[in-house]
Design a protein around this ligand. Structure first.
Ligand code: DC
Length: 250
């Protein structure tokens, strides 16, 4: 972990909510921001992926909302900073009932089903409660880290509507599909760009139109378009926002 904590961090917001569509840069930016500040990075998408993975493992009918909802309530999901001896590119370690599923939850079949599972109201209630419990430990100063960067789709609108800083990252569907395609190629997954783009549009459609907690920017979120910016450039913009600077001229 880089030891480059911002000197002003004590006077900055201790909870940063970052939302946005798939491949908008949330995880890369959120992780790097957390490292810069010495904050904990928490990826809530990993929780929806963990429930999806567990339901598929059990060969559940994903249309059975009660069964999948009950599973989300019962599962023991842990999202932890990776231990120092694990150098496989992970940002967090995800455990489901004690089993390391960090990479299993990133498989293409989980990608295909996670929007369906995350649209189930009972799943959202269970995971939202879990996420609020985690953030309360930070707002009440019960954790050694200086703060929390929580990343997802509904953090600023539903999970933490009072978060002191909300950021909504976005980029064109083509740019996001290109990023996801390159990431999958790096991980040796043989996919075509056109399929990735189609899947991205399908997931956007489900995420923005679901009845509960649809993806949208909170009224008080800072919306940052990431096309043409490096992740570092976006991190700098968020740090500027945290310092209270106006960033209209970037
Ligand atoms: O960010 P991601 O691709 O890992 O998210 C996986 C899915 O989880 C995505 O389809 C939307 C859903 N999600 C959600 O509904 N609410 C969140 N707070 C985080 C993710």
């Amino acid at each position: 972990m880089t030891e480059r904590h911002e000197p002003e961090s004590l006077s900055m917001p201790n909870i940063v909510a970052i939302d946005g569509p798939a491949a908008s840069g949330k995880s890369t930016v959120g992780f790097s921001l957390a490292e810069r500040l010495g904050y904990v990075y928490f990826d809530t998408g990993a929780m929806y992926r963990a429930v999806t993975w567990a339901a598929m493992q059990r060969e559940m009918d994903l249309a059975d909302h009660d069964a999948v909802g009950a599973l989300a309530e019962a599962l023991d999901i842990d999202i932890l900073p990776p231990s120092d001896d694990l150098c496989d590119g992970r940002q967090t370690t995800v455990l489901v009932d004690g089993m390391d599923v960090t990479w299993a939850i990133r498989a293409p079949d989980v990608d295909r089903n996670v929007s369906t599972v995350s649209a189930i109201p009972r799943v959202r209630t269970a995971l939202t409660q879990h996420q609020r419990r985690i953030s309360r430990r930070f707002s009440q100063g019960n954790v050694v880290a200086e703060g929390l960067v929580m990343v997802g789709r509904d953090i600023g609108t539903v999970v933490l509507p009072d978060a002191p800083l909300k950021v909504y990252l976005d980029a064109s569907a083509e740019e996001r599909a290109r990023r996801r395609y390159e990431e999958l190629m790096r991980r040796g997954k043989g996919v075509g760009y056109a399929d990735v783009l189609a899947d991205m549009r399908r997931r956007d459609e489900i995420d923005t139109h679901r009845a509960v907690a649809p993806l949208r920017a909170a009224a008080d979120a800072h919306v940052l378009m990431t096309d043409g910016f490096t992740p570092d450039g976006i991190v700098e913009q968020i740090l500027a926002l945290m310092r209270g600077e106006v960033i209209g001229d970037w």
